[in-house]
Design a protein around this ligand. Sequence first.
Ligand code: AMP
Length: 249
Amino acid sequence: MKVMVAVKRVADANVKVGVKSDNTGVDLSNVKMSMNPFDEIAVEEAVRLREAGIATEVIAVSCGVAQCQETLRTALAIGADRAILVESNEDLQPLAVAKLLKALHDKEEPQLVILGKQAIDDDCNQTGQMLAALAGLPQATFASKVSIAGGSATVEREVDGGSEALLLNLPAVVTTDLRLNEPRYVTLPNIMKAKKKPLEIVKPEALGVDVTPRLRTLKVSEPPKRSAGVKVPDAKALVEKLKTEAKAL
Ligand code: AMP
């Protein structure tokens, strides 16, 4: 069984980004870029399925600029077998990415597509759901456990007040939550091996997909600055302060 994994190149989770002076977006110049953390979990899960003898091949896919090849090399170093970059300099919004993934799904026919539940740059939480709708596939989002047996997947998801188990017929789409697994550290020998693994580059036009953005960002602004806190000498003063502040509300 083939597994396809979508990986997005985003600003590194540990970097504090700022807004461009003209408020058109986030300033990414000289910012360290990494794989979206939820996608690392997706690659890890796919590689574990292959190591368990359930998956036969893991294909990592990224859509975006040429530098996404670095992100794909990381996926190959974690253990993916080959990679595909859909190269475009366009601002790729979730619908465009879902259409590109659908085109690749039609071509590669994987039994399972794993995506992150959301990209930490746009926080959209849309691509997996859109892909499932476009491809007519069952979907389980926010997976915290995935088991595959007999042509179906059992997916556990954390919901308010407990957990839910879903049974899906394969092929299917799954999106990852934080608790699904802990991705392995990438070792130097695996980084070296990843350099030799196949990485194919295709253009959206070759897949017959129009990636023109459908949404226009009007303005991006910094969150309001928090005002400085006040120090109180002891617990009694804190209680008094809370009482007077509450009255003032
Ligand atoms: P989003 O809907 O933008 O929050 O993204 C959800 C998930 O879709 C991500 O965690 C990725 O797995 C996948 N995804 C989104 N954009 C891309 C992209 N440009 N290339 C590859 N995968 C993507």
